[in-house]
Design a binder for this molecule. Structure first.
Ligand SMILES: [Zn+2]
Ligand SMILES: [Zn+2]
Length: 130
């Protein structure tokens, strides 16, 4: 049995299913701060084939910048949806219902905002896990 999670953007025009998420990551880099407007992104790591957009594919936009992972968002409401890594997708946990994973680790902690207080016991890495 594979695990399936249902997700949607703020306006609900985009919906998707995520199968078999591998782990949860909190990224505190400056780009995630800008993208989310908050302290960090919290995402679930999934195989690209395990994200199926079930509604509103035509509204999915992607912000691309040379040298960085693309970031997909809803073209109507602006919700962040997922980050396109080299061989994984990082799906925004806050868009998904009934997530059972807990935080696996925090990355890019060296770049966190001065007011960002990281709680919990998950390991923290200055940049990436070595
Ligand atoms: Zn939307
Ligand atoms: Zn980041």
């Amino acid at each position: 049995m594979s695990e399936v999670l249902h997700g949607s953007c703020l306006c609900g025009r985009i919906a998707y299913d995520v199968y078999d998420p591998e782990s949860m990551i909190g990224c505190h880099c400056t780009r995630c701060q800008r993208w989310t407007g908050g302290s960090s992104s919290t995402t679930l790591v999934v195989e690209p084939k395990n994200l199926k957009v079930t509604k509103g594919q035509d509204l999915v936009r992607t912000f691309n910048e040379a040298g960085f992972a693309g970031r997909s968002f809803c073209g109507h409401c602006g919700s962040g949806l997922y980050v396109i890594g080299q061989d994984k997708l990082y799906v925004c946990a806050g868009t998904l219902k009934d997530v059972t994973k807990t935080m696996g680790c925090h990355i890019q902690v060296a770049f966190k905002a001065p007011w960002d207080e990281i709680g919990g016991t998950a390991p923290q890495f200055g940049e990436w896990p070595s």
